[in-house]
Design a protein around this ligand. Structure first.
Ligand SMILES: Cc1cc2nc3c(=O)[nH]c(=O)nc-3n(C[C@H](O)[C@H](O)[C@H](O)COP(=O)(O)OP(=O)(O)OC[C@H]3O[C@@H](n4cnc5c(N)ncnc54)[C@H](O)[C@@H]3O)c2cc1C
Length: 514
């Protein structure tokens, strides 16, 4: 069996080389090893990497893969750090990197959209918008600017700004099915459709969701909606002194989000997580590797707090500023210290446009946090895969009530402490109905024992949160099998969908249990 698998791979490689050119079919050991590296322990082997440059080449690659039954795992920029980087769920899949497909195909300032390919990065898109003196932004994430807006949308990633729930702002997908066929979604499937980049649903069954968090097709293009950089607004910052006041703050924010006073995501970041972006685990003080005591965290922060609240307010006119500030201030009075508002004009004054900078993909202090438990300082160009930083995300969705959020926080604090990791939590409130808790486990991936401990901690976290009904918005290659069996006939239904799209089962086997 092993021999025939090898022979099939060799035959496929020959045809892929003919389709893409020798340079873009990579079997060199160093390149394969590098792609096999994630921010936690994995054992999957990658026999080759394919680097197609166009949709036609993607189609050719998938037809060849189907013919020889070689599994393919597509990535765009491959920066899925903390969820598995470029590593496929199953052993033996060929990784298809789409970074060479980096064209911005269409852009409209007036209607606020861009149509782009998988290899376009946040950095590239930002530079493109700046060159055009655009007043739009791409709702960037806390991750590296070298990630892909298209892939981030497919994973239903979270960003800043009103379209921070990124999959809410995409349409007109162009998808290559594992059979090599090509489909377009929404109105884009109809010839000459004027609203193809502007309307999410088109007419008839809406299928875009099938290609998000799945293994049903390779997305080679999509339209991403952009948000205007607001003319008027405030950056908001406040802190919650006592952990007991967190539920009250959540219950106060909910109506403001539901009523649209807050139109951008609001973040609550706990003390440990804030510290992780400012410094590394202070071994010189702890003299050991135990969980950093909270008292020490407090002492290391310039001003101690339990939770830091951050976000932005946008105003339709200058007259909205005072009453909307008051609404927020009054709502948070019982749970937070003073709310600090910094108006756009002040941020604009400080050497460059600090207000516009708020909306740009950053150099990311957040990525530096993955060096939290490393023995050496983060380099100027952080790369957690290369530097063997340990990071695993666990990202449960919780009802936006003080009670539910407090229950989830308790589970996280108890579970991480049991396993010897700091409880780091960011709560992102997007729309007033649910909150995303984003919990990193940071450790030193170069220490095998810590690796095993971290993976076990993540498993325990998933299990304990699930017992309370809190399931993750997104999975990593480490957690694809952690969901319980679904209700009703869901599994059979999903199997049939998979079979219809991918009759030879070649695309990312095991991903999201499809
Ligand atoms: C410190 C830190 C902070 C982070 N902050 C955030 C954050 O704020 N928000 C957030 O969302 N994430 C965050 N992340 C996680 C991650 O880095 C981002 O989600 C990043 O955008 C994913 O990498 P990528 O865009 O290169 O996607 P890729 O790695 O290219 O793709 C991710 C997955 O999507 C699928 N996929 C990709 N392209 C295609 C395609 N064309 N067709 C079909 N399937 C495809 C693949 O299965 C792939 O494994 C953070 C990570 C770290 C370490």
């Amino acid at each position: 069996v092993k021999h025939s698998r090898r022979a099939r791979l060799e035959a496929a490689l020959r045809l892929w080389r003919r389709a893409l050119g020798d340079d873009h079919v990579v079997t060199a050991a160093a390149a394969r090893r590098s792609a096999e590296r994630a921010t936690f322990q994995t054992s999957q082997r990658i026999p080759a990497l394919l680097r197609p440059a166009s949709r036609l080449e993607v189609q050719a690659c998938l037809r060849i893969a189907g013919r020889f039954r070689v599994p393919i795992h597509p990535v765009s920029c491959g920066k899925n750090w903390g969820y598995g980087s470029r590593v496929p769920v199953r052993d033996g899949a060929v990784v298809m990197e789409l970074a060479r497909m980096s064209r911005i195909v269409e852009f409209d300032e007036r209607l606020g959209y861009v149509t782009l390919e998988p290899g376009v990065t946040f950095r590239q898109l930002h530079a493109f918008l700046r060159r055009r003196r655009s007043r739009l932004h791409a709702n960037p994430t806390g991750s590296t600017p070298d990630a892909s807006p298209l892939a981030n949308a497919l994973e239903r990633g979270l960003g800043h700004g009103p379209l921070g729930d990124r999959f809410n702002g995409v349409c007109g997908l162009e998808v290559v099915l594992p059979t090599g066929e090509c489909v377009r979604t929404g109105f884009a499937r109809l010839p000459g459709a004027a609203a193809a980049p502007l309307h999410r649903w088109g007419v008839g069954p809406w299928v875009d969701g099938l290609f998000s968090q799945s293994s049903f097709g390779v997305v080679t293009r999509l339209t991403l909606w952009l948000s205007p950089i607001p003319e008027l607004g405030d950056r908001i910052a406040a802190t919650i002194g006592s952990a007991r006041d967190l539920p009250r703050a959540i219950d106060a924010l909910r109506p403001l989000l539901l009523r649209g006073v807050l139109r951008n995501p609001v973040k609550l970041t706990n003390d440990y997580r804030v510290l992780s972006t400012a410094t590394r685990y202070p071994r010189s003080i702890t003299k050991g590797d135990g969980v950093l005591p909270r008292a020490l965290v407090r002492a290391l922060l310039p001003k101690p707090f339990s939770w830091a609240l951050s976000g932005t307010l946008e105003y339709a006119t200058a007259r909205h500023r005072a009453p909307e500030r008051r609404l927020l201030r009054d709502a948070l009075a019982a749970s937070c210290g003073r709310v600090v508002f910094t108006r756009e004009a002040r941020l604009r004054g400080k050497g460059g446009d600090g207000w516009a900078e708020l909306h740009r993909p950053g150099v990311s202090r957040d990525v530096v946090a993955t060096y939290w438990r490393k023995r050496s300082a983060p380099p100027a160009e952080p790369d957690p895969d290369r530097d063997r930083c340990g990071a695993i995300w666990c990202s449960p969705v919780v009802p936006m009530t003080g009670r539910a959020v407090a229950a989830a926080v308790r589970i996280v604090e108890r579970t991480t402490a049991d396993s010897g990791f700091e409880p780091m939590i960011t709560i992102t409130a997007l729309d007033g109905r649910s909150a995303h808790l984003v919990i990193p486990i940071f450790f030193d991936h170069a220490v095998a024992r810590d690796d095993r401990r971290a993976l076990a901690c993540a498993r325990r976290l998933h299990a304990r949160l699930a017992r309370r009904g809190f399931f993750p918005y997104r999975l990593g290659v480490n957690s694809m099998r952690l969901l319980p069996a679904a209700n009703g006939d869901d599994a059979a239904f999903r199997r049939r969908l998979k079979l219809a799209c991918d009759p030879r089962s070649i695309l990312s086997p095991g991903r999201y249990a499809t």
